[in-house]
Ligand binder design. Sequence first.
Ligand code: TRP
Ligand code: ZN
Length: 463
Amino acid sequence: MSRRSRTSAAALAALALLATGCADLGSGVRGTPGAAGLRDPYFPKLGNGGYDVGHYGLTLAYDPASGRLDGTAEITARATQDLSAFNLDLAGLTVRGATVDGAPAAYNRAGNELTLRPREELPEGAEFRATVTYSGVPEPITDADGSEEGWLRAPDGAVAVGEPTGSMAWFPGNHHPSDKASYDLTLTLPARFEGLSNGVRTARRTEPDGRVTTVWHTPEPMASYLATVVIGRYETTTATALGTVPVLTAAEPPAVAGSAALRKEVPGILARQVKRFGPYPFSAAGVVVTGNKSLDYALETQSRPLFPADSFDRSTLVHEQAHQWFGDSVTPKSWRDIWLNEGFATYAEWLYAEEYEHVPARTRFERAFAQDANWAFPPAAPPSAENLFDPPVYQRGAMVLHKLRETVGDRVFDGILRGWAAKYRHANATTDDFTSYAEAVAGRDLDALWDVWLHGDGKPARP
Ligand code: TRP
Ligand code: ZN
């Protein structure tokens, strides 16, 4: 038998297994399968064990009229153990086929877990390439707190957002923030729609059938919750920031004219933030202001944050751009560390208001101190997934940083902020990494500060 026909025999056998609903995969007792989750304290099944993704190549075609998505995900990864099978996270959609290193791989689905079994076990350390072709009408995912993410359709397009778990609604992957990877994304749409994603747009071409394809390149590591696709009637503008960084802004009617002035401020605000936080971590910048009513919060999608039209204001812009350093470049190791995103981005708003709008950070601190909602739990330990984006994470997180600043002084605090962004640039970090780092820079133990402001239950006697 030729190699080729053996391959198709294996593929047929795999199909037959799937057709009969055989449970040979899934719980996967045979061999050394990777774990079905990374035991995140809030989402134990999110992400997968046994491999580390280096790159996602996503090729997507979308039809806004029917809502149908056709996708191919090409995932380049390295096995971190001998791997007889491994999982990807995927919600809904229909898998049409899967390969590993070019050979058909058997696959199985159970809940949001897609299991691939390569024909031969992958040895620890091996680099491999998995492809999954899939299609269907992607659906939103409802968060623990009731907000919607994933694939959010509008009458005239869609936006894809993924914090904390929505990215599995539109591509299979290792959807935990601890596994960052570079991306290339190719998006084909009917010509009357504009499509955008993260990073630099490297090509735009018309297909023989009249559809338009754009290609997006994100060379820096990106957590999958920060990946985005934006489809609609956008109008775009380009500019340059920081001398060399291409800026692409987009807005959808009816927000085009109303957002134009603030979109023009993007380069200037970035330049001010570079002075505070150090070098901008990405090779592209910009914003998207969407008219899509299904999105009800702004999100720091990497290199190109996304705003509902009614929340595109200066302080939200400062917040989402600050996330490019704190959240996108320095990314939480697990969802428990979310205050490293939201506390920092909120404090970035306070710093900006202090420096450019004559509102001392101490005033913002006292205002936050006075609000009961900010004392529901300590920022380092949200009680459940439904509290990840609650006021204590944002406001009390920012209060921790303000107390740190008052304790160590402005000059040392400045060094901590910039040094933190530099030390963990393009990497992941935990709350303990931050407290250790701050103590190392300050040259002193700060346990009393952390015990009360970061970890303590309830409100201290005095601000
Ligand atoms: N991270 C977003 C911000 O800039 C907010 C956010 C993302 C959010 N996902 C969410 C808020 C889910 C509530 C629920 O602050
Ligand atoms: Zn935020």
